[in-house]
Write a protein that binds this ligand. Structure first.
Ligand SMILES: Cc1ncc(COP(=O)(O)O)c(C=O)c1O
Length: 810
C-alpha cells in the first residue's frame, strides 16, 4: 500500500552532497542547453523538502516522465481490473473537463445531468423496478466501488438503526455478514462505521460464500449480507439468488447488498438470465466500478438503491442548483467531472451491443487461456464459459518433487515484462497459492499468445533448476525485493495492526519472533547466569501413540492441573490455564505471552511493572511465532489461533453475578487454542503444518465449539488436550447446597466424550482433572466412558510428570 505515505524524519533523509564528483557541474544559469545538459540532470530529484526555486517546465516534465517510465507497463499489468484503454476522442474531452469540480452543480449543470443519465442507464441494466406505482429508485456516482460500498453500508446500518429505535430495542451492536474473500474495502467499511464483521470462511475447495451458512448467521442485529458478483480472488459469482430465497423462505428482514464491482458490467451481457440483481426482492443496493469492466479510466464507481426506503433521509443532503434541489450522498465533496463524462461516452458510444461484443471477446480469450494452461497441467480455479469474470486463476499441479512455487513463476514472468500476481487465498485457506490473470478489453488474442509463450518458457527455465540452483535463484529474487522501491512503505506505527482480516489471521503480519539461543530463564528473580535447562525434567514415564509410533521429535510434558510444556526440536513453550499473583510477580517482563484480551489488559496495565510482549487473540484470530536463529532452509514456526470457549453458561443468574464480581476477581473470560507446529522457508510467510494440537481450555461444551470442525474441515487435528474434571464453583459440596448458584465451568466426562466426537482428534490426552476440591468428575469417570465408547486407542492418559512423544512432520 502506498496511499498512506510516511513523512521521513531528518535522520532518514540522505544529505545531497556532491563532493564525490571531480568535475564541476554546468553553470546553474545556463538553460540554453537541453534538459540533459542542465545541472538538473545531475542533481538528485527533490524528495523531502519543497525546492526554494522554480524549475523550467520542460525540465520538470521530462524528469517526471523519465521517472514514471520505470513503472510497469499498464498494458502488461495483468493483475489489475482497472481500464487501460479508452478512445482518443473521449480522452480529449476528459482532459478538457479536468478543471470541472463535479460538486458545483450550479456551474456545471450538464455534468450533473450526465451523471443522472448514467445512473438511470446503469439502474435499468440492473433491472431496477420502474413500475409507475412504486417510488423512484436512486443512485449516485462515486470515486470507485470502495466509496460506493461505504455508502451502501452506511445506508444499511442507518435503516437497521431506525427500525430498532422505532421498536424501542438496543441498536448498539450492528453486524454484517460476508465472505472472508471480500475486498479490503468491506473490512474498512465495517471498521470505520463500527459494525461487527461476521465472516463465512472459504475452505480449500470453496472460495465463495455458502448461502446457508450466511443466512444461518443472521440475527436481529444483522444490517445486511454482502454478496459478491465476481470475487477478487477467483472471479466467481456468489449465489445471490440462493441467499435471497433462503431469506424469503425464513421470512427474515435482512437486505442484500451486491458488490458487483467487476461483475456488474459483465454478467448483464454474458449471462442475462442469471438472477443476481434487483430482480431479487432482497437485493436493496448494488455497487459497480465504472473503471473496471465499465471501461473508464480510474476513478469512477456507482451505487444504486432500490428505493428511498433503503437510503434513509438523514444521510442525504440537499444542494440547491438552478433553483432545484439536488440530493447528495457522498463521502467527498469535490471531485473531477471527467470520469463521469467518460462513463457516459462509453455507455452511448458502445451501447449494449458494443459492451456485449467486448465482454464476449474477452470471455472467449479467457476460456482459451484457461484451456491452454490446463493442457500444461495447471489446476484451474476460476470459472469458464462466462460463469464468472473473464479471468484465469490457477495453481501449479501438486508435485512434491517440484522445487519452485507460484511466486517463482510470477518472478520469471516479471523478468519478461509481464505483471502476473501470485498470492495466497483468503484467510482460512491461505495455504493455497495461486496466480491470476485478469483479461481486460485491450488483451487481444495476439497478446494472449505472447503471454502463453513466455509462460511456457518460464516453466521450462524453472523446471531445469535443481534445488541448489533454485535456492540461488530465489535468494536473487528475494534480494530484488530489498530494493528501496520494494521495501515496506508502511509507517512503523501501523505495521502491527491487528484489526484487518489479514492482520488478524497473520496472513501478512501478527507475527512474533523468538530467539531460542537467548535462553534467558522465564523468571526474573533467578541470578542472571541462570539459563533454561536444555532438556525437559526427566519424565516419570514416556508414552507414545497407541497404535503408530516411531521417529518422535517432539514431546508434551504434563506438569499437572492444566500446565504442560511442549518441546519441539530446540524450542519450548509452556501452556497454562492461569497463574497466580506469585507466579505473575516472578516472571520476566519481556517473556513473550499469548493470551486473551482480558488477561492482556491486566498484564499490560501494571504501571512500571507491565509485561512488554503480550499478544491477545480473540477466537479465530491468529499469530505466527517465528523461531529465529537457524540457517536451515525449513525454519521451525508455530502458529497459534484463539479458539472459542465459555465456562459460564449463557443467561445464568451466575453469569450476571459474575459480571458484577469481575472487579473483585470473578471468573475471567476464557479461550481455547489451536497450536500448529510447522516449518517455513526463511524470509517468507510460508507455513506448512506438521502437527496440530487443540487445547480446549476451561470451557463447557458450548455451541461456539461447533465452529472448530467447520474451520478445520479437511485438516487433521493430531492431538487434543482436553480440560476435564467437571470443575464446579462453588465446590461440589457447597454447590449442592447453593443451587441454582453452583455451576460447572469445565467439561465433565460425558462432555469430554462429546468433545472427542465433535473435534475427532487423532489422540486425546485429558488434563485438568484433579487438584483442588472443585473437581466433580474424576478421571476414572472419563476412563470408563471412553472404554464404553470403544475409544481406548484414541486416548492417552498422562499422570503428572509424564511425557507424550510425537512426530512433527517436516
Ligand atoms: C469485489 C470488489 N469489491 C470492491 C472493490 C473495490 O473497488 P474500487 O477499486 O473500485 O474501489 C474491488 C476492487 O478490486 C473488488 O474486486
Amino acid at each position: 500500500m502506498v496511499h498512506l505515505a510516511k513523512v521521513k524524519k531528518d535522520n532518514e533523509v540522505p544529505s545531497s552532497t556532491h563532493d564525490i564528483f571531480s568535475i564541476s557541474p554546468p553553470d546553474r544559469n545556463d538553460l540554453d542547453t537541453n534538459v540533459y545538459g542542465s545541472h538538473f540532470a545531475a542533481d538528485h530529484m527533490p524528495m523531502h523538502e519543497m525546492p526554494e526555486r522554480e524549475m523550467p517546465r520542460q525540465v520538470a516534465a521530462r524528469m517526471i516522465k523519465d521517472e514514471l517510465s520505470l513503472d510497469g507497463n499498464p498494458k502488461l499489468n495483468l493483475a489489475s481490473f482497472v481500464t487501460t484503454y479508452m478512445e482518443d476522442e473521449i480522452e480529449q474531452i476528459m482532459s478538457e473537463s479536468f478543471s470541472k469540480n463535479f460538486i458545483d452543480y450550479e456551474e456545471y449543470p450538464h455534468s450533473a445531468e450526465i451523471q443522472n443519465r448514467c445512473v438511470n442507464m446503469i439502474a435499468r441494466l440492473f433491472n431496477i423496478p420502474t413500475d409507475p406505482s412504486g417510488e423512484n429508485a436512486m443512485g449516485t456516482s462515486t470515486i470507485g466501488s470502495s466509496e460506493a460500498i461505504m455508502l451502501g453500508t452506511l445506508a444499511m446500518k442507518k435503516r437497521w438503526q431506525n427500525k430498532r429505535k422505532a421498536e424501542g430495542k438496543d441498536y448498539s451492536r450492528p453486524n454484517i455478514i460476508m465472505n472472508s474473500a471480500v475486498q479490503v474495502c468491506w473490512e474498512k467499511a465495517a471498521r470505520y462505521f463500527e459494525i461487527e464483521e461476521r465472516y463465512i470462511y472459504c475452505t480449500d475447495t470453496r472460495f465463495v460464500i455458502d448461502p446457508k451458512e450466511a443466512v444461518d448467521l443472521v440475527d436481529e442485529n444483522t444490517i445486511g449480507i454482502c454478496a459478491i458478483l465476481g470475487t477478487t480472488y477467483t472471479g466467481e459469482y456468489e449465489d445471490v439468488k440462493a441467499i435471497n430465497d433462503l431469506l424469503v423462505e425464513r421470512n427474515l428482514d435482512c437486505p442484500i447488498h451486491v458488490d458487483a464491482a467487476s461483475g456488474g458490467f459483465v454478467a448483464p451481457f454474458i449471462q442475462p438470465d442469471l438472477k443476481w440483481d434487483f430482480r431479487l426482492e432482497k437485493v436493496v443496493s448494488i455497487n459497480v466500478s465504472g473503471h473496471k469492466y465499465g471501461l473508464v479510466y480510474p476513478g469512477v464507481g456507482w451505487v444504486i438503491w432500490r428505493s428511498p426506503e433503503y437510503l434513509p433521509q438523514e444521510l442525504v443532503f440537499n444542494i440547491n442548483y438552478l433553483g432545484a434541489d439536488q440530493a447528495s450522498f457522498t463521502l467527498n465533496f469535490s471531485k473531477g467531472a471527467s470520469h463521469v463524462i467518460g462513463q457516459y461516452y462509453q455507455l452511448i458510444r458502445l451501447g449494449k451491443h458494443g459492451y456485449r461484443a467486448i465482454m464476449t471477446n474477452i470471455t472467449r480469450i479467457s476460456d482459451y487461456m484457461a484451456s491452454e494452461f490446463k493442457k500444461m497441467g495447471m489446476v484451474i480455479l476460476s470459472q469458464t464459459q462466462g460463469r464468472g469474470l473473464p479471468l484465469v486463476a490457477w495453481r501449479l499441479p501438486t508435485d512434491d518433487s517440484r522445487v519452485y512455487d507460484e511466486f517463482a513463476v510470477a518472478h520469471q514472468l516479471r523478468e519478461r515484462g509481464w505483471i502476473v500476481p501470485a498470492y495466497t487465498m483468503a484467510p482460512n485457506s491461505e495455504k493455497l497459492k495461486m496466480m491470476r490473470i485478469v483479461i481486460r478489453e485491450d488483451f487481444s488474442m495476439n497478446r494472449c499468445d505472447s503471454l502463453l509463450q513466455d509462460f511456457k518458457l518460464a516453466i521450462e527455465t524453472l523446471d531445469v533448476m535443481d534445488k541448489s540452483m533454485f535456492d540461488k535463484y530465489r535468494s536473487h529474487f528475494l534480494s530484488h525485493r530489498k530494493h528501496p522501491q520494494h521495501q515496506s512503505r508502511v509507517h512503523a506505527h501501523y505495521i502491527g495492526e491487528e484489526h484487518s482480516l489479514q492482520g488478524k489471521t497473520g496472513k501478512t503480519h501478527g507475527r512474533i519472533s523468538i530467539d531460542p539461543k537467548r535462553n534467558d530463564p522465564p523468571t526474573r528473580d533467578l541470578p542472571l547466569s541462570t539459563s533454561t535447562p536444555a532438556h525437559l525434567p526427566p519424565a516419570k514415564a514416556m508414552k507414545l501413540h497407541p497404535s503408530k509410533s516411531g521417529d518422535e521429535n517432539a514431546a508434551v510434558f504434563f506438569v499437572g492441573t492444566a500446565t504442560t510444556i511442549m518441546s519441539v526440536q530446540f524450542y519450548k513453550f509452556i501452556s497454562v490455564d492461569h497463574f497466580d499473583k506469585k507466579v505473575e510477580g516472578s516472571l520476566r517482563r519481556d517473556l513473550p505471552i499469548i493470551t486473551t484480551q482480558h488477561a492482556k489488559e491486566h498484564l499490560t496495565s501494571q504501571k512500571n511493572d507491565s509485561f512488554t510482549s503480550v499478544s491477545a487473540l480473540d477466537p479465530f484470530e491468529q499469530v505466527e511465532v517465528n523461531i529465529e536463529g537457524t540457517a536451515e532452509s525449513q525454519q521451525p514456526r508455530l502458529r497459534v489461533t484463539g479458539m472459542p470457549g465459555k465456562h459460564v453458561p449463557p443467561n445464568r443468574v451466575v453469569e450476571k453475578l459474575n459480571k458484577l464480581a469481575k472487579a473483585v476477581g470473578g471468573i475471567p473470560p476464557t479461550n481455547g487454542w489451536m497450536l500448529e507446529l510447522g516449518y517455513g522457508r526463511p524470509n517468507t510467510t510460508d507455513f506448512s503444518c506438521g502437527y496440530r494440537i487443540y487445547i480446549s481450555g476451561d470451557t463447557l461444551l458450548v455451541d461456539e465449539l461447533q465452529e472448530i470442525p467447520k474451520r478445520y474441515a479437511g485438516q487433521r487435528i493430531d492431538l487434543m488436550l482436553a480440560h476435564l474434571g467437571g470443575t464446579t464453583i462453588p465446590s461440589p459440596l457447597v454447590g449442592r447446597l447453593m443451587e441454582p448458584l453452583a455451576l460447572m465451568v469445565t467439561m465433565d466426562a460425558e462432555q469430554g466424550l462429546q468433545l472427542i466426537q465433535l473435534i475427532r482428534p487423532d489422540v486425546t490426552i485429558p488434563i485438568h482433572y484433579d487438584d483442588y476440591d472443585v473437581f466433580a468428575s474424576p478421571l476414572e469417570d472419563f476412563r470408563r466412558i471412553v472404554e464404553a465408547a470403544g475409544l481406548v486407542d484414541k486416548v492417552v492418559f498422562l499422570d503428572r510428570r509424564e511425557q507424550y512423544r510425537f512426530r512433527v512432520i517436516k
